[in-house]
Design a protein around this ligand. Structure first.
Ligand SMILES: C[S@@+](CC[C@H](N)C(=O)[O-])C[C@H]1O[C@@H](n2cnc3c(N)ncnc32)[C@H](O)[C@@H]1O
Length: 227
């Protein structure tokens, strides 16, 4: 995959995939998009729901590790709230070092370079490694379509696949049935995608589906909840 680093409107980097004319994040601001779509819409509600029932650990599943932007923002929330997060990602095409090492995420977010490097250099062996006192990361290398996910595990799911027009196979109904089985109660799934068929697939899989206002440059996003 030939990728180019681009600066988005809030100053944060994203990657552009010219062959498919697709970006990893919103060109209106990668960080502002990630905060709105994943942190505010899935992570924080999951943390609040866990705290309300006396839980101390939130388990997050991310589809598409990419640049590690969502992982970095999640780690910061975990440290700020002193709440443990066990973060599991699946990634089919890990980025080469000559790409991730040039991203401005650590400088922009105030994350030490060594921590960002640790996230990217960690083995894809599905084991959880402690990145900070409140954040462990488990990386799986593989294709979500064929991956076996654990049952009843995750409290938050970040569904951050490339768009349905680029990778329609990752938005099929059976994917969301599999993800629904991997949800603990409660679970909050969020995505930047507002496509009607995606919402119908989520609903058919057993999620309660909401349309929520999106970040800058995007009218609506989607949340699926199981309570
Ligand atoms: C929109 S980007 C995700 C951006 C990422 N969440 C971040 O914070 O930078 C989509 C990601 O899904 C990965 N991907 C594509 N097809 C996949 C598949 N079949 N299974 C797992 N990951 C896949 C891509 O390599 C890419 O990293």
């Amino acid at each position: 995959m030939r990728l180019q680093i681009q600066q988005t409107q809030d100053g944060s980097h994203t990657l552009y995939w010219p062959e498919r004319d697709e970006h990893y994040h919103s060109v209106h601001g990668a960080v502002q998009e990630a905060r709105k779509v994943y942190i505010q819409t899935a992570l924080i509600p999951a943390m609040e729901a866990c705290s309300a029932t006396g839980g101390s650990t939130v388990r997050v599943f991310e589809m598409g590790f990419g640049t590690a932007l969502n992982a970095c923002l999640t780690m910061q929330q975990a440290m700020m709230r002193k709440m443990k997060v066990e973060y599991t990602v699946i990634e089919a095409f890990p980025l080469p070092e000559d790409i991730w090492s040039r991203l401005n995420h650590p400088a922009l977010l105030g994350i030490e370079d060594t921590v960002f490097q640790a996230m990217h250099r960690q083995a894809f062996d599905a084991r959880g490694y402690e990145i900070s006192p409140f954040f462990t990361l488990a990386k799986i290398k593989g294709d979500l379509q064929t991956a076996v996910l654990p049952d009843s595990r995750f409290n938050a799911v970040y569904y951050d696949a490339f768009a349905p027009s680029v990778q329609p196979e990752l938005w099929q109904a059976d994917i969301f049935v599999k993800i629904r089985r991997s949800c603990a109660l409660p679970c909050f799934l969020s995505s930047y995608c507002a496509q009607g068929q995606f919402r119908r697939n989520l609903k058919a899989a057993g999620f309660t589906v909401e349309r929520l206002p999106g970040p800058e440059g995007k009218r609506e996003i989607t949340r699926g909840t199981v309570l």
